[in-house]
Design a protein around this ligand. Structure first.
Ligand code: ADP
Ligand code: MG
Length: 454
């Protein structure tokens, strides 16, 4: 077997294992040289790239090569800067010239303290953010804000940035999501720009990182973030981090990062009560030039919806329809517009659990339990899939309702069913039937179908 065949075979396996995007980033640019029958050398474009590959993909590479070669292979790494006249490798061809690291996402100017409605649910988080914005790096450092989707985390952390800039227009504020931080780091590593990346992050006056839970399980990124954090912290620079859960509940978050987050102040955002929802809705409507009558705002606030983003979505739709049809925003109109949206989402996780349980002939407690036999694990995964599809719950929320499972278990379960739906028509029909029952109340509620318990 030649070099080429071996590497092609290994690449096919790698591509199947990691998915196309990761494959294009990390494996496409590599080359392989065969030293002898059992020894291969991987040629990697630069040192950081090599470290990254060794850290994260070593076992995968060993596995793919041995499989492709049909024998155990030893693998060495070699950093091979490409000579200027050599033909460009496909993966690196796009690399020249290296893209500039994208700079800070501009702060959303709408997200200020003035546009934030304070209620019991968020007064502590609001006060802490305000204190930090008035005296960055002084009182609460780091500040860690956590809470569910649509409760105002991004709004508040952005408000900190906007406020600091008002007091000091020259301040270097950097806002990014943890996902953005990760992608930027990957680009930096890939294109030899790590030093620039580090310099940029370690020079800011105020670092605002949104949705830090994204770092779960990403060791290399956590390490980089850790060093950035330390540098800034020691220099007395303010760090504000948001998350959908407390540090201790973020799976795969290194202890040293967790403890650092806990050094500062942790504040949470709770779902808004009805009064706060009314105030938020009226404020949002006013921002769009609409004076929302109190009874209308109250009707909307009574809907079983805590995600402010979704409530705003109702408002957008109401405003659009009222302007298309040239009619006033009345309670009647709002009921007409919002009614269908609300009933669409009235499926609860509990409904999903009981419907799937009865359809598959298992108990709800089995689904919430941990037994791994197929009779219960498949209905469990189907329920996760339907919960994700039919309720607005996040993966962590679903995990909690399924007997306290980790969000990654839910992600895996949902993925698994998505795959099975393509391969297994009988299961697909069962899932569709469950979905009909849940959304239309059809099929006489929980009818057990033929083939239950596959
Ligand atoms: P998160 O980041 O927690 O998911 P966001 O900060 O993106 O939530 O908030 C979602 C939407 O709800 C935004 O448009 C935000 O302005 C609005 N919002 C949330 N809470 C409030 C509040 N207390 N006052 C005003 N707007 C709010
Ligand atoms: Mg957010």
């Amino acid at each position: 077997m030649s070099n080429n065949e071996l590497w092609l075979g290994a690449k096919q396996r790698l591509s199947a294992l990691v998915g196309p995007q990761e494959f294009a980033t990390w494996f496409e640019p590599l080359d392989l040289r065969l030293e002898d029958d059992n020894q291969a050398v991987l040629l990697i474009p630069n040192r950081f790239f090599a470290e990254w590959i060794q850290d994260r993909y070593r076992p995968l590479l060993d596995h793919a090569l041995s499989q492709a070669g049909g024998r155990p292979m030893r693998l060495a790494f070699e950093v091979a800067e490409r000579p200027a006249d050599a033909p460009a490798r496909p993966g690196l061809a796009a690399a020249a010239p290296p893209p500039l690291l994208h700079s800070s996402a501009p702060l959303n100017v709408q997200y200020t303290f003035a546009t934030f409605v304070v209620g019991k649910c968020n007064e502590m988080a609001h006060a802490a953010c305000l204190a930090v914005a008035e005296q960055p790096g002084r009182q609460y450092n780091p500040l860690f804000v956590f809470g569910g989707a649509g409760l105002g985390k991004t709004h508040l952390v952005t408000a900190v940035g906007n406020q600091v800039l008002r007091g000091n227009p020259g301040a270097r504020i950097h806002y990014c999501s943890a996902e953005g931080f990760t992608n930027e780091l990957i680009q930096a590593v890939r294109f030899d720009g790590l030093a620039r990346f580090q310099e940029k992050y370690r020079q800011v006056d105020c670092l605002l990182v949104d949705d830090i839970q994204f770092l779960a399980g990403r060791e290399r990124t956590q390490e980089e973030f850790f060093h950035t954090f330390n540098t800034l912290y020691q220099a007395g620079k303010q760090i504000v981090v948001t998350s959908d859960k407390m540090p201790k509940d973020i799976p795969g978050l290194e202890k040293r990062l967790r403890t650092r987050f806990e050094w500062g102040l942790l504040v949470d955002l709770q779902p808004p009560d009805e009064e706060t929802k009314v105030a938020i809705l009226q404020k949002k409507a006013a921002e769009r030039g609409l004076e929302l009558a109190r009874n209308v705002a109250q009707f909307l606030a009574k809907q079983p919806e805590n995600n402010v983003r979704v409530l705003e979505g109702y408002l957008t739709r109401i405003i659009a329809i009222s302007s298309f049809q040239g009619v006033e925003v009345t309670l009647d109109l709002v009921k007409r517009v919002v009614g269908p949206l609300v009933s669409e989402r009235q499926v609860s996780i509990e409904d999903v659990l009981s419907t799937v349980a009865s359809q598959f002939g298992v108990k709800v407690s089995d689904i919430k339990g941990t037994r791994k036999t197929r009779e219960v694990s498949q209905p469990r995964q189907v329920a996760m899939y339907l919960a994700r599809r039919l309720t607005r719950s996040s993966f962590p929320e679903i995990g909690r309702s399924f007997g306290g499972k980790d969000h990654s278990t839910v992600v895996k379960g949902v993925k698994k069913i998505e795959e099975l739906l393509r391969e297994n028509p009988e299961l697909a029909e069962q899932v569709r039937a469950a979905e009909r029952i849940l959304t239309e109340g059809g099929m006489g509620g929980g009818t057990r179908l033929k083939g239950g318990g596959v």
